[in-house]
Design a protein around this ligand. Structure first.
Ligand SMILES: [Mg+2]
Length: 226
C-alpha cells in the first residue's frame, strides 16, 4: 500500500520559469550596480525565449556590447540570489490534502546552493517530512542515479514499494523510481520547461496527470488500495 508521496520541486511544486526570471533580475541588478551594465535581465530573457542553444549569459552580454568575461559574475549572482518564487496554488492544496495521510518528501536535482534557497523561500521544510537535494551527494548522484531515491525512502522510513514519485520530467525522473518499485505520476502542464515526452517506454511514468489535483486523486486511490 502507498505510504509515502515524494514530490519533485522544479515545475512540479512551483513554475521553474519564475525562478529563471527571478535569477535574471537578480543578475541584472548586480551587474548594473557593480559594473554599470544596464538591460541584462530583459536581454537574457529575450535570448532564453529564443531557445538559444549556447550560453545564454555570454550571448546576452555580447548583445549588450558588454564584456563576456562578466558571465561568471552574472552566474554567481543568479545562483546566490534569494528567489522570488511561489508554490503553484494547486501545490499548496496538494500538500494540505496529502499531509494527513502520507509521509511526504521532496526529492530535487540542481545545484545545492540554488535548491536550498528555493526550499527555504517556499517554506517546504515545515510542510514535508524530509527534503533530499541530490547535489548534496555530488553531481554524479543527480537523477536518475538511485542515491536520492534511496536516501529519501530511508529518511521517511518506508519501503520502496510504499513510495510514489510525482514529477514533471520523464527524461530523468521516473526510470529509476520504477526500477526500485515506486509508483509514479507525471504531471504534464502546458508551458513546462522540459519535454513531457518520455525518451523510451522505460522512462515513462505509470500515470500522467494534467496537474496536481488529478495527481492527488490518483495517490488517494493508491493509498486506499490493499
Ligand atoms: Mg522538475
Amino acid at each position: 500500500m502507498l505510504r509515502a508521496v515524494i514530490l519533485d520541486l522544479d515545475d512540479t511544486l512551483y513554475p521553474e520559469a519564475s525562478y529563471v526570471a527571478s535569477g535574471f533580475r537578480a543578475a541584472g541588478a548586480a551587474l548594473a550596480a557593480q559594473h554599470g551594465v544596464a538591460g541584462f535581465a530583459a536581454m537574457a530573457t529575450a535570448v532564453a525565449s529564443e531557445g538559444f542553444a549556447g550560453k545564454v549569459f555570454d550571448e546576452a552580454l555580447r548583445r549588450l556590447g558588454a564584456d563576456t568575461s562578466l558571465a561568471p559574475f552574472c552566474l554567481a549572482a543568479y545562483r546566490a540570489h534569494r528567489p522570488e518564487i511561489e508554490l503553484f496554488p494547486e501545490a499548496d492544496e496538494a500538500l494540505r490534502a496529502l499531509r494527513p495521510r502520507f509521509a511526504l518528501g521532496v526529492l530535487t536535482d540542481g545545484w545545492l546552493e540554488v535548491q536550498t534557497q528555493k526550499v527555504a523561500v517556499l517554506g517546504l521544510a515545515a510542510r514535508v517530512d524530509a527534503v533530499v537535494c541530490t547535489d548534496a551527494f555530488g553531481r554524479a548522484h543527480w537523477k536518475p542515479a538511485p542515491t536520492g531515491y534511496e536516501a529519501i525512502a530511508e529518511a521517511l522510513r518506508v519501503q520502496h514499494t510504499a513510495c510514489a514519485y510525482v514529477a514533471d520530467n520523464p527524461a530523468k525522473d521516473f526510470i529509476t523510481a520504477r526500477a526500485l518499485g515506486w509508483r509514479t505520476v507525471q504531471v504534464a502542464r502546458p508551458g513546462q520547461t522540459h519535454s513531457a515526452v518520455p525518451p523510451t517506454p522505460a522512462h515513462a511514468a505509470e500515470r500522467v496527470a494534467e496537474g496536481l489535483r488529478e495527481a492527488v486523486a490518483m495517490l488517494q486511490e493508491w493509498g486506499a488500495d490493499g
